[in-house]
Design a binder for this molecule. Structure first.
Ligand SMILES: *[C@@H]1O[C@H](CO)[C@@H](O)[C@H](O)[C@H]1NC(C)=O
Ligand SMILES: *[C@@H]1O[C@H](CO)[C@@H](O)[C@H](O)[C@H]1NC(C)=O
Length: 370
């Protein structure tokens, strides 16, 4: 029996109104998939054209795109979600994710191996994993192989049965193959990117596992719950973003090992000791973000470092945090712009037929970094 899973992950039971439409749609999709024009190797013409048009893919990524177009659509969703979440978490900081995902979706340019680059790679990798897991749980990805056994017909003895699935392993695997395939240089920066990619993936899986909720819907005579359909609902990506921001603040400065001066191949990263002769540091944990060089101040625009400066940024006069005027404006001070807006308010309806309103004045102040 086919379950009807809504876009939000909820499951319609076969007897529900609306389910028949879902099933019809499903059959239509099957028909379309069967008659689509195929190229040698079973790759659809549509995927070929679409994958050729996506900018910024490596050859390996383009091949993955052609063989798994549905997964690539989820990857795109994941990247957009990651970029939006970056702005949501760090939008008030001196470095506010500018340049990330502007234009070219599939490659972000972080010229320096900074803490900000670490965060960008981790949240991107987490977002892609998250979107793939979500698509998989909805049954959107034929290849993720987690549909048949949990979607069985309800039997009278069942307390509940699973609809959809919460399988995340496929998502993490695809995200790893797709994103890590960019890192082919075998240098310190590649080691750093691979490490942070992995932190993002692991962290997404962990949070999803900790917070995953079981949501159920009752079927039966007026809420008797004789039969329940349950599904695993993924937690919102916001939780992953907030946790990665904590990681960003506690990211570790690392150095490649063996040291560059030995000219031996660099095999792993170690935490950089404050003093040169303090011996070799430990390897970073799999839960720690790592970076290779200190960040610029981001106070002035310096394109070479990925800094856009904070002139003209809006700051918060009362905040002591990163978005506070003191920190954000780098001590240069700020201008306050007052605006007065008149709006209609407290409107009343008089019988019949007249509406009268009062005039309200709202004063707003914004503070802008000099
Ligand atoms: C982020 O910073 C850039 C450069 O300083 C600025 O132009 C942009 O408006 C900022 N974005 C937000 C959402 O504050
Ligand atoms: C400014 O910061 C204060 C203290 O952190 C906060 O309560 C307030 O909501 C912030 N205002 C805006 C407009 O973000």
């Amino acid at each position: 029996m086919l379950e009807c899973v809504r876009r939000d992950g909820s499951v319609l039971h076969a007897t529900d109104n609306g389910c028949y439409c879902f099933r019809l749609l499903f059959l239509l999709t099957i028909v379309l998939l069967c008659v689509r024009p195929a190229l040698p190797g079973g790759v659809s013409l549509g995927a070929h054209l679409v994958c050729a048009r996506v900018a910024g893919l490596t050859d390996k990524q383009r091949a993955m795109c052609r063989s798994s177009p549905a997964a690539i659509a989820a990857v795109g969703d994941g990247l957009r979600m990651a970029y939006a979440e970056c702005r949501n978490q760090l939008g008030g900081y001196r470095w506010n994710c500018t340049g990330i995902g502007d234009g070219n979706d599939f490659g972000h340019v972080m010229p320096l191996a900074t803490r900000e680059a670490a965060f960008t790679y981790a949240i991107t990798s987490a977002g892609v994993t998250h979107a793939l897991s979500t698509a998989c749980a909805r049954g959107d990805l034929p290849a993720c192989g987690c549909s048949s056994n949990r979607r069985r017909a309800p039997s009278p003895s069942d307390q509940f049965h699973w609809g959809g699935c919460g399988e995340s392993a496929y998502g993490a695997r695809f995200a790893r193959r797709f994103l890590d395939s960019r890192e082919i240089e075998a240098d310190a920066r590649s080691l750093m990117n691979l490490h942070n990619n992995r932190v993002g993936r692991k962290f997404n899986l962990q949070i999803v596992k900790d917070l995953v909720r079981r949501e159920c819907k009752c079927h039966g005579v007026s809420g008797s719950c004789a039969l329940r359909t349950c599904w695993r609902a993924l937690p919102p990506f916001r939780a992953v973003g907030a946790a990665l921001r904590e990681k960003y603040h506690r990211a570790r400065l690392v150095t490649p090992h063996p040291p560059p001066a030995t000219h031996a191949p660099q095999t792993h990263l170690v935490i950089r000791r404050p003093r040169q002769n303090a011996g070799v540091g430990r390897q970073p944990r799999k839960s720690e973000l790592v970076f290779l060089e200190p960040s610029p101040s981001y106070c002035e625009a310096e394109p070479m470092t990925g800094s856009f400066g904070t002139h003209g940024r809006h700051c918060n006069r009362t905040s002591r945090g990163e978005d506070g005027c003191e920190t954000l404006c780098c001590g240069r001070g700020y201008n306050t712009i007052q605006s007065v807006e008149e709006t209609k308010c407290r409107c009343k309806f008089h019988w019949c037929c007249r509406v009268s309103c009062e005039k309200c004045v709202t004063r707003t102040e914004i503070h802008v970094c000099k």
